[in-house]
Design a protein around this ligand. Structure first.
Ligand SMILES: [Zn+2]
Length: 405
């Protein structure tokens, strides 16, 4: 590490001295614009090179979970990690010719003005007659520490519709896509009803609201929002809001082993994720709920395709593939595939609560454990010989994965 710091310092010495020299020129009012232009150009190129080099070294130094080997980690945990974060079937890479360069993301991140322009709107942009507690909560909607539980209490268990409405209004997406407020309200009510269907402790409307807010925070704080079109922002927020719609509170493996209706419909492939998508898009078949009714055919096709890709990627079994593909793109300075980047972002938001303040993380963990033991109870009622117990650390596909997302 010390060696790395020394090399970086050495590389940076020339641009630092050039910057100092330019400062001196300016202070002494002896400005040679051509020289300053050349020096700035040189400095920017060198900083970019150091940055990319540093990113590459960080990526190379990370251990692959598949190769996780440590005396301190029990073999059951290692096995679980490997089985949870990998899958046997690789999905093909696609649309490589459409990827924007990573450097363009870096440039986009630097363009911070957009944030101020978009978010100078008043917090009361949300539904007009909101209680003070809701308005108070929404003041923190751009923060990582946002308290979604407080929002849910303040809004009488309507965190999802309150938050989605607020974000759509803030991004001005309701104007852009000509979404009628009454239609949006109807759609969000139906969405919340779907999340309440199985009365899950964890996979409920509060989790959906949490993931939507976290995704918004990631887009905003990283500057990625500058890189996206309004349609892509809309698709991202929509995907986050629907990503666990009508979740049954059980894992994909539970569906597969019990030969559930969903497993039969979706042929054991990303069973829950396929259902969340299908059921949510089915809501839009009703014109009264179709918030995308005014999109052009092309816009609709692009939106649908992006949402499908993002929600399917919340299946935990695709975790390592996603991480590896992104690492590879960054290392080779390839153009980054937008749907792939957005999918990784939604997946990140979905599993983000361990990085939130303790009070939030602890509450999510308790809810997750409760849901986990509910499934154990169902398994005991059914034939334990047919359904492998989740508490047994297996080397095959264990069921814990779906509890996380
Ligand atoms: Zn989720």
């Amino acid at each position: 590490m010390a060696e790395l710091v020394r090399i970086r310092k050495k590389k940076l010495q020339i641009p630092i001295s050039r910057l100092r020299s330019m400062l001196k020129q300016i202070e002494e009012k002896e400005v040679d614009f051509e020289e300053i232009r050349k020096n700035l150009d040189f400095t920017a190129s060198l900083l970019e090179a150091v940055y990319l080099d540093g990113t590459r070294q960080c990526l190379e130094s990370e251990d692959d979970l598949q190769q996780l080997q440590s005396d301190g980690v029990p073999s059951e945990v290692t096995d679980w990690l490997a089985s949870t974060f990998t899958q046997r079937i690789r999905r093909p890479l696609r649309r490589s010719d459409e990827k924007p360069k990573f450097r363009s993301i870096v440039h986009a991140v630097q363009a911070g003005i957009f944030v101020e322009r978009m978010f100078k709107r008043a917090y009361t942009a949300t539904m007009p007659d909101q209680p003070a507690a809701v308005i108070n909560c929404l003041r923190d909607v751009d923060r990582w520490s946002f308290d979604v539980f407080a929002l849910n209490s303040g809004s009488s268990d309507h965190a999802l519709q309150t938050l989605f409405f607020e974000l759509i209004t803030r991004y001005d997406l309701n104007s852009r896509f000509k979404i009628r407020i009454s239609c949006l309200t109807e759609f969000l009510s139906a969405l919340e009803r779907g999340y309440c269907k199985y009365n899950n402790p964890y996979h409920n409307l509060v989790h959906a609201a949490d993931v939507t807010q976290t995704l918004h925070c990631l887009l905003l704080r990283s500057g990625l929002v500058h890189w996206l079109t309004e349609l892509e922002v809309m698709a991202s927020l929509f995907a986050a809001a629907i990503h666990d719609f009508e979740h049954t509170g059980t894992t994909n493996n539970f569906h597969i082993h019990t030969r559930s209706e969903f497993a039969l419909i979706y042929n054991d492939r990303s069973v829950q994720e396929s259902h969340h998508l299908s059921a949510a898009f089915r809501l839009l078949q009703d014109d009264r709920l179709n918030i995308f009714i005014n999109l052009t055919r092309e816009e609709w096709m692009e939106m649908r395709s992006l949402v499908i890709e993002m929600v399917l990627a919340t299946d935990m079994s695709s975790h390592l593939i996603q991480v590896k593909a992104m690492k590879s793109s960054l290392q080779q300075q390839e153009r980054i595939d937008k749907p792939k980047a957005l999918s990784l972002l939604l997946h990140t938001a979905d599993i983000s609560h361990p990085s939130k303040p303790w009070a939030l993380h602890s509450r999510w963990t308790k809810a997750l454990m409760e849901e986990f033991f509910r499934q154990e109870y169902f398994e005991d009622l059914l034939n334990p010989a047919i359904i492998p117990s989740l508490l047994e650390a297996e080397t095959g596909d264990s069921g814990l994965d779906s509890f996380i997302t």
